[in-house]
Design a protein around this ligand. Structure first.
Ligand code: ATP
Length: 318
């Protein structure tokens, strides 16, 4: 095989709670993650050389060794040097459809796609959980991006348990093109403001995790009840992003969305993307038109998409 084309879906957070600090410097999290059909197209094509070359059509995405897709390729080459030397490296071409710095795990899903593509190209035969363990070395969202669908994530976000599919739900994503949020800024700001109330003891952390697992959001997902899910959306990072003067437009956008009929409205991840949940594509399309007219801002991008039940998908063999 000369290579593969993979579809790499974006993710949104239906639930994001920061529980405390971890000894490794990361936060202890409890999240519900959901793949959506808005996806990048990632081509991994054998180049017959002992190197990787990344290119992307988006000006904010680096083509050098800082690209998460490149780092995923290097990690796999270092872990499996023999297949790397036998089959060689790859040219990785990213057709970017997921907005960048948006809280939609764009870089993480590209890295997940490269792990899946190279596993196929080098005949490694890795299991999904082996691919996820490798991904976790590079970023906490990568394991989820490999398997996708709907899942509850704890630890740094890399400990996953699958949840029932919610692929009957639709979503409107809204993002100001000129705005992006640095994920590390958002988490550091949260620690500064709310670090005093972090759970510190193992027992209390464990209790809180159990309460979330047995809580109302899990019940709403188990019964695939869109209205209940919409009313239980939660994101702790809204508390630092929405009041920040730089993101006043994001707070106003969320308010504008809330004034229309939907199942619920929330910021995704560290933002600044805001999403509204809807029962049908028609309703999502109507909301898109209403917001377009109301906000009348050429900087505001809107996407109608739907929940999807899978992570990285093979689209084409080259
Ligand atoms: P997350 O939700 O995981 O926090 P995000 O969606 O907020 O991520 P990304 O779109 O992944 O953010 O981009 C964050 C930064 O990462 C960008 O500003 C970009 O410079 C860098 N980056 C590195 N590799 C990639 C990639 N393959 N795609 C997008 N951004 C990348």
């Amino acid at each position: 095989m000369r290579g593969y084309v993979l579809l790499a879906p974006a993710k949104i957070n239906l639930y994001l709670e920061i529980l405390g600090d971890r000894p490794d410097g990361y936060h202890e999290m409890a999240m519900v993650l959901q793949s959506v059909a808005l996806a990048d197209r990632v081509e991994v094509r054998a180049n017959g050389a002992e190197r990787f070359q990344v290119s992307c059509d988006h000006p904010q995405v680096p083509s050098d060794s800082s690209n998460l897709a490149y780092r995923a390729a290097m990690l796999l080459a270092q872990t499996f040097p023999e297949p790397f030397y036998q089959f060689g490296g790859a040219n990785i071409t990213i057709d970017k459809r997921i907005p960048v710095g948006a809280g939609l795990a764009g870089g993480s899903t590209n890295a997940a796609a490269v792990l899946v593509g190279l596993d196929l190209m080098w005949n490694l035969g890795l299991t999904q959980s082996e691919l996820q363990d490798l991904g976790a070395q590079l970023g906490s969202d990568i394991p989820f991006c490999v398997s996708g669908g709907t899942a509850i994530a704890t630890g740094r976000g890399e400990q996953l348990a699958p949840l029932p599919d919610l692929d009957h739900l639709h979503v409107l994503l809204a993002k100001y093109r000129s705005l992006s949020v640095s994920t590390s800024w958002a988490y550091n700001a949260y620690r500064q403001q709310f670090g005093g109330s972090y759970l510190r003891e193992g027992d209390r952390l464990q209790q809180r995790r159990r309460a979330i697992h047995a809580g109302p959001m899990m019940g709403a997902i188990a019964t695939r009840n869109g209205r209940a899910i919409g009313s239980l959306l939660h994101n702790d990072l809204e508390k630092v992003v929405l009041p920040a003067p730089d993101y006043a437009k994001v707070a106003a956008l969320k308010q504008a969305l809330l004034e229309h009929d939907s199942l619920g409205v929330m910021m995704s991840g560290s933002g600044p993307t805001v999403f509204a949940l809807l029962d049908s594509a028609d309703q999502a399309m109507h909301l898109k038109q209403a917001i377009q007219q109301q906000m009348a801002d050429p900087d505001l991008d809107l996407w109608v998409t739907r929940f999807c039940a899978s992570g990285i998908q093979l689209s084409e063999s080259l």
